[in-house]
Design a protein around this ligand. Structure first.
Ligand code: ATP
Ligand code: MG
Length: 268
């Protein structure tokens, strides 16, 4: 059975329809990429999956997440699914972090939530051990200092690592990553991508990975959907779509990525 089954998803804005009927599924452990230009509807599609559309937007169609219908459900019905079935890592880690809470306390929340779900109570020593284990898994140096720090006292790369740790500590089966490295410098980008790749593999997670960066999507995912103007214009195995793009828009994207790659090589 699919972990995520999206059928004819439409997202309506106040003035116009923004996503025009998109369908796809993600099996347990599978990795699907969503690519496409800015404004093509990638984030709206991802947010619809977890029922986190902004005020004023309305989704129609069907989204089955872990077998539960998301569309039209009140928030209280969706809260138990978030974290346990699907967790999200955003482009800007600040959106996942509370600026007024120390990082240790923030990381403790998903750890406690997961323990509660599994019927375990954690002693403070066990909680501390779990916090340190997660910081180690996301390769954070100086974990003791980080646990006592406020979000503004750590780097953007560290914030994103902590946001990833918080997402994974919930124990989700699907990780939705919406441009998770776009806000980082190139070196940190590569490190965080590798981290996501490794963690997803270790945890056996399914991935819905959103990016406008084709080479990154090709590296991380197996299957890809190309979006333009709120529609899927092409879909298939990542190698096939990028090696033999059928749609004119995809051909343009692939050609642009090639040119960029050649330009970067020429600079070396
Ligand atoms: N809250 C909103 N109200 C009205 N329109 C919105 C809202 N959020 C997004 N849109 C519009 O919906 C369209 C799709 O937006 P979306 O955020 O999904 O794009 P995207 O593919 O994620 O782009 P990017 O790569 O820039 O993140 C855009 O035209 C955007 O302006
Ligand atoms: Mg977006």
């Amino acid at each position: 059975m699919s972990l995520l089954e999206v059928s004819n998803l439409r997202v309506h804005g106040p003035a116009r329809t923004l996503v025009h009927g998109i369908s796809f599924s993600v099996a347990p452990g599978e990795r699907l990429g969503l690519v496409g230009e800015s404004g093509s509807g990638k984030s709206l599609t991802a947010m619809s999956v977890v029922g986190l559309l902004a005020h004023g937007l309305r989704a129609e169609g069907s989204v089955l997440l872990g077998g539960h219908q998301v569309i039209g459900q009140p928030d209280r019905a969706l809260v138990p699914l978030r974290g346990s079935v699907a967790a999200v890592v955003f482009q800007d880690p600040r959106s996942a972090l509370d600026p007024l809470m120390r990082l240790g306390e923030q990381l403790a929340q998903p750890i406690r939530r997961r323990a509660r779900r599994e019927g375990r109570t954690l002693s403070s020593a066990e909680l501390r051990a779990e916090q340190l284990r997660w910081l180690d898994r996301v390769s954070i140096a100086e974990p003791e200092r980080i646990l006592h720090s406020w979000p503004h006292e750590v780097s953007g790369g560290q914030r994103q690592r902590i946001a990833i740790a918080m997402a994974l500590a919930c124990g989700p089966r699907l990780l939705i990553a919406d441009e998770p490295t776009t806000a980082l410098d190139v070196t940190t980008q590569a490190e965080v991508l590798e981290l996501l790749d490794d963690l997803a593999r270790d945890e056996g997670l399914a991935l819905l990975f959103i990016s406008h960066d084709l080479p990154v999507v090709a590296r991380i995912t197996e299957r890809v959907i190309v979006m333009q103007h709120g529609r899927a214009v092409e879909e298939g195995p990542v190698n096939q779509v990028f090696s033999y793009p059928q749609d004119g828009y995809t051909r343009g994207l692939v050609a642009a990525a090639r040119q960029l790659e050649l330009a970067v090589r020429g600079m070396r």
